[in-house]
Design a protein around this ligand. Structure first.
Ligand code: ATP
Length: 286
């Protein structure tokens, strides 16, 4: 009969298998243990041990590997409202002051809700995509010398440092270039949990292929000869996004068989029986 801890918001019905993310089970449970375990502690325990909830994590690794997918699923798992997404290069393009104002408002909203609702406050997630873009600028005088990067990073730092009492904020930074991220942002109390999201291995690629072909398989559109295990072998060094692209491209080849091009292009009636075959995947691979 213990009351849930403050901000203990993890959805009880949450299942990793339903997330549509392939090959990242280990990474996800690791992030969970390192970054969110304290949010399911009994009330007061975190304070007793003297720890604070993690308020910032950094996901890094090659493009198209599922960082955005993970960040959004973390939001769902924690039952948070729709995350606010900030994009590094976009921030630099906005006129000076606007980005800081946006960040200030995000934190102010979270603070207001925490004051009004206390433990009942929902979690506010901020996803900062391509974080390296603003860090590159810091102190370098690059980017036309606007100093926008500098001030955005400083703004983030001061906000993160100022949220001692705020348990309802989570900042998720994402980058392909961890080496570019300002050291100051990676310290304890800031983006303190770092997780590398790498290219999927063969098992991961098999899972991703299954995810992206699940609709066609369920609707009888996938040919009997499609060999997912074989495709996983032949997609070494593919990212999840590239595997998604492969499936789309194979479907497109299958569709093309049903398009008659004459004076007018028309869809053949046989389109209803269309099947995506192994040969379409092989053609897409080529
Ligand atoms: P970037 O660094 O370029 O922003 P990212 O790592 O954030 O890339 P996502 O945007 O999450 O990559 O992935 C792009 C798309 O690729 C996803 O919408 C999804 O369709 C597919 N994808 C990538 N990784 C996976 C995965 N592990 N499982 C299933 N689908 C994936």
């Amino acid at each position: 009969n213990r009351r849930p801890a403050a901000n203990s918001v993890i959805r009880p019905d949450f299942k990793f298998e339903d997330m549509g993310i392939g090959g990242l089970d280990a990474e996800f449970s690791d992030i969970f243990r390192r970054a969110f375990a304290s949010r399911i502690f009994p009330p007061g325990l975190a304070e007793k041990i003297g720890i604070q909830h993690v308020r910032g994590i950094l996901l890094y690794g090659p493009p198209g590997t599922g960082k955005t997918l993970i960040a959004r699923q973390i939001g769902k798992m924690l039952n948070a409202r729709e995350p606010k997404v900030i994009n590094g290069p976009e921030v630099l393009n906005k006129y000076v002051g606007q980005s800081e104002e946006n960040i200030r408002k995000l934190f102010a909203d979270a603070e207001k809700e925490q004051k009004e609702k206390g433990d009942e406050s929902g979690l506010h997630i901020i996803i900062f995509d391509e974080l390296d873009a603003v860090c590159k600028q810091r102190g370098s005088g690059a980017g036309g010398g606007t100093g926008v990067g500098d001030s955005v990073v400083n703004q983030l730092l001061s906000k993160l440092d100022g949220v001692e009492q705020l348990n309802n904020i989570l900042l998720i930074g994402m980058t392909n270039r961890k080496d570019m991220i300002d050291e100051a942002l990676l310290r304890s109390g800031r983006l303190e949990v770092h997780m590398e999201i790498s290219l999927p291995d063969e098992h991961g690629r098999q899972q991703i292929l299954k995810i992206h072909t699940s609709k066609m398989a369920a609707n009888g559109v996938m040919g009997n000869d499609v060999n997912i295990a074989e495709l996983a072998k032949r997609t070494r060094n593919f990212s999840g996004a590239e595997i998604n692209g492969l499936v789309k491209s194979a479907s497109s080849f299958a569709m093309q068989r049903h398009i008659k091009v004459g004076t007018v292009a028309a869809i053949d009636d046989s389109i209803m029986d269309m099947k995506v075959m192994m040969a379409d995947f092989v053609r897409a691979l080529d």
